[in-house]
Ligand binder design. Structure first.
Ligand SMILES: Cc1cc2nc3c(=O)[nH]c(=O)nc-3n(C[C@H](O)[C@H](O)[C@H](O)COP(=O)(O)OP(=O)(O)OC[C@H]3O[C@@H](n4cnc5c(N)ncnc54)[C@H](O)[C@@H]3O)c2cc1C
Length: 584
């Protein structure tokens, strides 16, 4: 393994909508900018987003958008962060349009908007059902034209980070083609590695969504915030978990149980199928658990319900939902114009992440001004607390675009007077550790099978830390993860080739999955209430007196009798919207 050193003003890890938005701003401001990404940029998960991006345009207003977002979050969102998100939305959508994003249009030429769960006026701007791909292409091209240097198919292994100074100096990465380690020095590092629902067996995420930056941050002593809140989307394809977007219900699709009944009216009398995702997912899961699911034919369990859009007719389905039509045909052999598709909840989005302030600066502890020097995070891997305990559909592309730009602007401002400082000692120490880690994986043999360990982890996460949780199920999963962590240390890579070694990448990603899953489960065990996507059947009520607060979770350097993870709590930043009972 050879090592070389590269140097930039700003490095971005990840090339999804958040990473490309940040990169475009840095380049616009004349900074020497590089994006390192383990995928080709256009294969980032942002490109899979189908339904839309929220913005209060026309008859709508940003105040209503804020209200829906705060209520949707089950009041756990910080209201100043929500205000920033929603007031920036119209200009972000218009900027994307000016840069070349082709949105669908109404007859009179306005940007078309569809209804999404938990929001009143039609607010999700869309490009058919390929919104994410359109926005990602536009932002990637803008960053490219601005002179950003992309390093596609490079795996970022670690940060160069000095824990005493709370300062980032760069990253350690390797080219997937050669496995050659490279140290990359920079004045600022922006983490934008996306979501991490791959920790669950049935999920809607791309294979790359393994939460790498979260576990890297944890290992450097940095806290993760609100990790107990994982969103399950009610309509994944029953066998694969592949997403059938909320656009299907937004356009008028129904959910039906085995008796052909539109059951959502019982769970959310006013909004029915267009209630927020946490409400609809629990309803679907309850129908299945209570024996009203469908699918017992061909040896299948009754583990799904029907989603029907056939009554919309071929014209609407072909013009507004073509991608969903393709997915249903390819993965279930169902033509949506003829009849319903089998769906079930799928792990989809993670509200928690690397704790940041409103400017995208990574926080090393709770409290004002406890932010790292030269380290930022944006997009789904970060947690600015705009989604609280439950995200509304269409708010995540928005978050990636808005806070990607803000993190970029902050980095540009803060590095203005900094010199590139290779901090020899810190870089050498981090590089030596990374090298030793890789060399260990390539030395000796093992009887353990990493894929069996992964299966055990993700099946346990779905069964015991999924939509419904109790202390008993969470404790069981915590024990499993502790054992998996021990087993992990004896894993070795059997394939010794240095070219595109996917076994090596899989084992590194498994390490990340294990580390942050431990935090999800441990934080869920601590929070003895139900709020948004976190539902404890043993504590089924929301408890604002005790739990109107964010969790900050740290990995202990040395586990003690209290466990491996240390939790602290900070109050939610409330504001003009009163905390109310949440009903739809
Ligand atoms: C199927 C689906 C549909 C969705 N639909 C919508 C929708 O309609 N509206 C909406 O608002 N939201 C939607 N979402 C959510 C939204 O798409 C995501 O939250 C958002 O796009 C995340 O953007 P990001 O830039 O943070 O991450 P991503 O787009 O996931 O990008 C992550 C990047 O990190 C890189 N990376 C990760 N680890 C490493 C590493 N170790 N080294 C190097 N690179 C690394 C990857 O290569 C990738 O480029 C959907 C999500 C899914 C899964």
């Amino acid at each position: 393994m050879s090592d070389t050193t590269l140097s930039f003003d700003i490095i971005i890890v990840g090339s999804g909508l958040a990473g490309c938005s940040a990169a475009a701003v840095c380049a616009e401001n004349g900074k020497k900018t590089a994006v390192f990404t383990k995928l080709h940029p256009l294969r980032s998960h942002s490109g899979a987003a189908q339904g839309g991006i929220n913005a209060a345009l026309y008859e709508d207003n940003t105040e209503k958008h804020q209200y829906d977002t705060v209520k949707g979050s089950d009041y756990l969102a910080d209201q100043d962060a929500v205000e920033l998100l929603c007031t920036q939305a119209p200009q972000i959508v218009r900027r994307l349009e000016e840069q070349g994003a082709v949105f669908s249009r109404t007859e009179d030429g306005r940007i078309a908007q569809r209804p999404f769960g938990g929001q009143q006026p039609h607010r999700a701007c869309y490009a058919k059902d390929r919104t994410g791909l359109t926005l990602l292409q536009t932002t990637y091209e803008t960053a490219h034209r601005g002179g950003v240097r992309f390093f596609p198919e490079w795996y970022v292994l670690d940060l160069l980070y000095n824990m005493e100074e709370h300062r980032a100096y760069g990253i350690i990465a390797y080219d997937l083609c050669t496995t050659a380690l490279t140290t990359v020095i920079a004045k600022g590092v922006i983490l934008a590695t996306g979501g991490y629902a791959r920790a669950f067996a049935r999920n809607s995420n791309t294979h790359a969504n393994t939460g790498d930056a979260l576990s890297i941050a944890l290992r450097h002593g940095l806290p993760l915030k609100d990790m107990e809140f994982v969103q399950f989307h009610p309509t994944g394809l029953a066998d694969s978990g592949i997403l059938i977007s909320e656009a299907a219900r937004g356009e008028g699709g129904y959910l039906l149980n085995a008796g052909g009944e539109r059951f959502m009216k019982q769970y959310a009398p006013e909004r029915a199928e267009l209630a927020p995702r946490d409400v609809v997912s629990r309803a679907v899961e309850s129908e299945i658990r209570e024996g009203r699911g469908i699918g017992q034919k061909n040896g299948r369990k009754k583990d799904a319900v029907y989603l029907d859009v056939s009554h919309l007719g071929p014209a609407i389905i072909h013009s507004r939902l073509p991608e969903l039509q393709d997915l249903a045909l390819s993965f279930q052999g169902v033509d949506l114009t003829d009849g319903p598709v089998r769906v079930a909840p799928t792990a989809h989005y993670s509200m928690g992440g690397i704790a940041t302030d409103l400017y995208g600066r990574v926080e090393f502890a709770r409290g004002p001004d406890k932010t790292c020097n030269g380290l930022y995070a944006a997009g789904e891997c970060g947690c600015i607390s705009v989604h609280g305990a439950n995200r509304l559909g269409g708010n995540s592309l928005l978050e990636a675009a808005v806070f990607g730009r803000i993190a970029g602007e902050t980095a540009v401002r803060e590095i203005a007077h900094k010199k590139v400082d290779p901090d020899g000692a810190c870089a050498r120490e981090n590089l030596t550790a990374a090298k030793t880690n890789l060399e260990t994986l390539f030395t000796g043999t093992t009887k353990k099978d990493q894929y069996a360990l992964r299966r055990k982890l993700i099946e346990g996460m779905s069964a015991y830390a999924g939509i419904f949780r109790t202390a008993e199920t969470l404790e069981k999963q915590l024990e499993t993860i502790k054992q998996l962590r021990k087993d992990y240390t004896s894993l070795r890579v059997k394939d010794r080739s240095k070219r595109f070694n996917t076994e090596l990448q899989d084992v590194l990603e498994l390490g990340h999955l294990i580390d942050y899953s431990m935090v999800i489960v441990s934080a869920a065990l601590k929070r003895r209430e139900s709020r948004g996507a976190h539902f404890r059947t043993d504590f089924p009520k929301r408890n604002d007196k005790k739990w109107l607060c964010h969790s900050f979770s740290y990995q202990k350097q040395k586990p003690d009798s209290e466990g491996d993870i240390h939790h602290e709590y900070i109050p939610v930043r409330t504001g003009k919207f009163l905390i109310e009972r949440r009903k739809y």
